[in-house]
Each structure stands twice: as structure tokens, then as C-alpha cells.
Design a protein around this ligand. Structure first.
Ligand code: ZN
Length: 375
């Protein structure tokens, strides 16, 4: 039955607006590229259902869900709705699929919780909207499908869950939901002094929450220390029944929204190391605002999840998918380097490991041994 990739055609051609970072194609690239690679035969793909409004209210407030639906239907919001629910803002604008698109990502997450009941691996590149709040849109996220995935796993009998978030931004919505839950391990690595400005090193809640802010210019060697010194030991000690990895693609060098400078090897290697640590695995997307780096990263992550080999040089059909992308309104789109078309795996970006980074890892690692073990 698994691995499965949950996707939808609703993402194709959908845009938050011509000026918004989420004007770029993402999930559609993953579907096209993985199919061109021969990695996504029909039996590995499932079209994501759209979540019913009532299903969203296991975490979101009924008032908010109704306001979101109404905003899509009417194509506008009033000032009271904007103030109360964060809809119709610069970050979360009114756009044609503003309810159906996030409800599809939420539908994938709710379905994943059911499908993983007895084990398996699922990739939902349209998921990972970790900033959504119960009663308001936040940080490009209208709903919080990551929270819904965790709740769905719980409803399907999966108690101890490790949520690992390697997006460039802090997991504020997920932390809001689960920071005090003793059967949830939350680990977030994110760029320091960047929106939403939460997730300081000492922030931990009552449960098992680990926040690691990271400095600008973070390289692969430094992230390998984060993986081996914090992420893997914490997950191993916690011994979860399921792992959810939010694999935002915005911490790579090519992304226009962060100053972290990883290669996608950091993501692939972290994913590969986490896979054996639980019988159930859900891989979510997240941020990612350069159409080439996000499409290559999530396609490569699917290859890792599904046990496919990533070739050095892509076959012509896959190269054609990448050559067909454009990046309007960004200087990086004017002269894309050749390897954005011909490869999925980046050249590693190794470098010196700063003591600033290792000190923070050590600070958090000291808490790992104090976590209660399973059972
Ligand atoms: Zn992000």
C-alpha cells in the first residue's frame, strides 16, 4: 500500500497573487518531475480529498472555517474579518482557491493519519502549513495541516509522535497546539531573528519541545551536527510510534526568503536517517519559494522515501519539466544555473562548524537524557 504520494491538481496554476512568494508552482512540479523520472507509477499516487469543513474543526474554530469559506465564495473580506481572522492581508491574501487549496492539503493530512494506522510511509508535498492558528490565518498558512495530521494519527490509535520541522521558519502553530503534550516530541530548527520571531533556544513548554535557532549562512556540515547531535538522539530516545517530518524547502541557499545556505543533501540525509526510527512516517512540504529548488528538493525527498536512486544527470523528460519553469519577478529567475535543470541533488555545501552552533546543540542535547522513555 505504501509508500504513497498524496497530491492534487488544485495546486496547478493556483497562485496567492502575482506579487506573493507563493505565486510559484510547487506541488505540480513534484508530480511532473517524479512522473518524468518514473518514480510515481499510478499505484503510488493518491489524489488528496478536500477536507470537509466539519473535519477541520477538530482544531480550527467553526467561526474561522466559515469565514475562510465565505472569503473564497465572495472574493473579498471586510475589515472585521481581516482583523479577527487574518484573512485578506499581505501574507494571507484573498485568492480564488483560498479555501479549497488549503482544505486539500488538510484533507491529505487527515487521510494520511488513517492510512498510516498500521504503518507505512506517505509524502504530502502540499502539506506542512505549520503557521496556521486555530482561529486565524498566519504566515501564508490558512489552515494547519500539520496539526491536523498529528490529531488524525492520534484518532487512529497512534499515541507517541515525533514532529521534526526543518523549515527555515519556526513551527509556531504546531507548538501552540502541542507544546504541553507529554506524548509529543517537537523539534524545530529555524533561522534566528526571522519571522515569526518565536522558538527561542530556551522555549520548551511542559512536554518535549526542542527549539534550535540557527545563524545565517548555515552550511551542510553544521546541519549534520544538528542532525546527529540533536534530531536523531532526541527521536531515538523518545522511541515514537510515528514521525512527521516538515521538510520545508526554504533553508536552502537558492531560496529567496531565508539566509540559511544548505544544499538539499541536508534534507535528504536527515530524512534517510529518520526513516528507520518509526514504523509510520509522514513527510510534509512547507516553505519553499524558488520553483526549481523546491521542486527538486521535494521530488528528491520522495525518491529517498520510496527507495529510488537519484541519478547524477536527469533524463531528458525530467530536464524538460525543470526547463519549463519560470520565476517571474525575481532576479534568480533571469539566469538560472544549468544544474537547476539537469540535476535533483545539489553539490554539498560543506564548511566550518561554528562554536555558536555546537554550543546551542549541546545546550539542548543536555535535556534529551531527561526525557521519559516509551512505555
Ligand atoms: Zn518557512
Amino acid at each position: 500500500m505504501t509508500p504513497l504520494l498524496l497530491g492534487s491538481e488544485i495546486y496547478r496554476g493556483s497562485s496567492y497573487g502575482s506579487w506573493h512568494p507563493l505565486r510559484v508552482p510547487r506541488v505540480s512540479t513534484v508530480l511532473d518531475l517524479t512522473r518524468a523520472m518514473g518514480w510515481l507509477p499510478p499505484e503510488r499516487f493518491r489524489s488528496s480529498p478536500r477536507a470537509k469543513p466539519a473535519a477541520l474543526t477538530i482544531w480550527h474554530t467553526p467561526d474561522y472555517v466559515a469565514a475562510l469559506q465565505a472569503a473564497e465564495a465572495e472574493g473579498t473580506v471586510d475589515d472585521a474579518t481581516r482583523a479577527r481572522h487574518g484573512l485578506g492581508t499581505n501574507a494571507n491574501p484573498v485568492f480564488p482557491e483560498m479555501y479549497r487549496r488549503p482544505a486539500t492539503g488538510a484533507g491529505a493530512s487527515l487521510l494520511a493519519g488513517e492510512l498510516l494506522r498500521d504503518g507505512g510511509r506517505i509524502h504530502s508535498p502540499g502539506g506542512g502549513t505549520h503557521h496556521g492558528m486555530p482561529d486565524r490565518a498566519n504566515g501564508f498558512c490558512y489552515l494547519n495541516d500539520a496539526v491536523l495530521a498529528l490529531l488524525s494519527l492520534r484518532r487512529n490509535g497512534v499515541q507517541r509522535i515525533a514532529y521534526v520541522d526543518i523549515d527555515a521558519h519556526h513551527m509556531d502553530g504546531v507548538e501552540h497546539a502541542f507544546a504541553d503534550d507529554p506524548d509529543m516530541l517537537l523539534v524545530s530548527t529555524h533561522e534566528e531573528r526571522r519571522w515569526p520571531f518565536t522558538g527561542a533556544l530556551g522555549d520548551r513548554g511542559i512536554g518535549q519541545t526542542f527549539n534550535l535557532p540557527l545563524p545565517r549562512g548555515l552550511n551542510d556540515s553544521e546541519f549534520a551536527r544538528v542532525r546527529d547531535g540533536l534530531i536523531l538522539p532526541a527521536v531515538e530516545r523518545f522511541a515514537p510510534d510515528a514521525i512527521v517530518l516538515q521538510c520545508g524547502a526554504d533553508a536552502v541557499e537558492e531560496d529567496p526568503l531565508s539566509r540559511l545556505t544548505l544544499s538539499n543533501n541536508a534534507h535528504f540525509d536527515t530524512l534517510a536517517a529518520l526513516l528507520p526510527l518509526a514504523p509510520r512516517f509522514l513527510l510534509l512540504g512547507g516553505g519553499g519559494y524558488n520553483p526549481w529548488s523546491v521542486g527538486r528538493l521535494w521530488s528528491g525527498a520522495w525518491a529517498v522515501l520510496a527507495g529510488r536512486e537519484i541519478p547524477e544527470r536527469l533524463p531528458p523528460a525530467a530536464e524538460a519539466v525543470l526547463r519549463g519553469l519560470t520565476f517571474e519577478g525575481n532576479s534568480r529567475g533571469k539566469n538560472p544555473p544549468g544544474h537547476w535543470f539537469t540535476t535533483i541533488r545539489d553539490t554539498p555545501r560543506e564548511g566550518a562548524v561554528r562554536s555558536d552552533v555546537t554550543d546551542r546543540i549541546a545546550h539542548l542535547a543536555a535535556r534529551i537524557g531527561a526525557m521519559p522513555r516509551a512505555g
